[in-house]
Structures are given as structure tokens and as C-alpha cells.
Design a protein around this ligand. Sequence first.
Ligand SMILES: C[S@@+](CC[C@H](N)C(=O)[O-])C[C@H]1O[C@@H](n2cnc3c(N)ncnc32)[C@H](O)[C@@H]1O
Length: 212
Amino acid sequence: MAYQFTHDWFSHNIENWRRWLAQFEGKPHIRALEIGSYEGRSTTWLLEHVLTHETSCIECVDPFLDEYYSRFSANIAPWRQRVVLHRGWSGAMLPAIAGEFDFVYVDGDHRPFAVLSDAVLSWPRLKVGGLLIFDDYLFVPYEIDPELSVKWSQEQALAQITKHPALCPKTAIDGFLTALTGQYELVGQGYQLVIRKLADPGTALASLTSTA
Ligand SMILES: C[S@@+](CC[C@H](N)C(=O)[O-])C[C@H]1O[C@@H](n2cnc3c(N)ncnc32)[C@H](O)[C@@H]1O
């Protein structure tokens, strides 16, 4: 099918995604949640390669601004019945989303506090055993270091993140992971980061949930 895309922030992830998401491929009743869909490049890839069963679906949270909404709509048209849109900002939309998901992709607002908020709001919606994928774990805003967008170097990115923690998503993701110590398994770590949710060990300790 001839898609309408103007940007490609996704294709470089395909090799990893094939591996990470193989467990869900073609299975019935798989539910995915995507925060930040833009024109639907990651959405359509998931529908074509992972969420292929007629009972599987994806819920997409994005303001879907006019400039790209029509392209998103045209791109997902073949699967329209299996795509649920939550048209708005994630901070407002996520608390109202019901049910549990097999995997969640966080790729919306990249400011650290927003990434942290998306992670915190979506974690309770993730099934035990489900995957949480963060895009842009090693993202450095263009304005900080334009050279990185021409010639990527992990060493240089990490040095910039250390210098500018309040501007880089890694700060939020690392903080979130520290708070969840023992409650997740690391599945993959590179430019993206993926974890699998384990049962919450804290529920066994009454003193963690009550001060009485
Ligand atoms: C990098 S693009 C997503 C790319 C897409 N996942 C893909 O692979 O093609 C980021 C998207 O997040 C959306 N976005 C930004 N802030 C958001 C927020 N607070 N809540 C939901 N979506 C947001 C933007 O409108 C944009 O469509």
C-alpha cells in the first residue's frame, strides 16, 4: 500500500522490534498502546507485522493536529476498525483509558517530565509480563549538539546528557527504572529501551502502602 509519510523516525527500530515483539506476532486479543503516533509509521508497521490477528488492536494517544491527522487517517484506513484514537495530550487522555495492554510504546513529548508522566500513567495499564518500550532513550535535543544529528556517537550523546540532564529523556527513564527496581526485567537497551513488567514485590510489605 502507498503510505503518506513525510518523516521516518521509525525504520531504524525494525530489526529490534521484530525480536522484542515476536511473542505477540499474529496472536489473538493483543492490545497495544502508543503514545505519540504522528502519521502512523510505527502504528502501521505494528498492524502489518505484529497485530495481524483480526482480534488484536492498537490505541493511539496523540493530539492528531490537522497538519498530519489526514495522513494518519489515510495510512491506518485498512485497519480502521482495530485502531482506537484518543485525540488529545497524554496527560489528559491516559487516566481515562481502560483495560490492560500487552505492550506500550512511549514516543510523545520528549521533555523529561513528560516522559516520566507518560511512563507513570501507562505502567498500571500494562499487564504483568507486558513490554514497555521507550523511544529516544539517548535523545539529545538538536539545539544542544547539532553535530550529533550528522554523525551519531553514543559517547558524545552520553556526555551531553550528563551536561544537560533536565533536557534529555534518559534522565526521566533512569529515574522511573530506579523507582521500579525489582519490578521489571531489562529486555533491550540501546537508542531505545525496553522493559518487561514483573509482579510488584512491594505489595507484600504493608508498611510501604500504609503509615498506620
Ligand atoms: C516523534 S512523533 C511520533 C512518531 C511515531 N511514533 C512514528 O514512529 O512515526 C511524536 C508525536 O507525539 C505527539 N505528542 C507530543 N506531545 C504529546 C503528548 N503530550 N501527548 C500525546 N502525543 C504527543 C506529537 O504530536 C507527534 O505526533
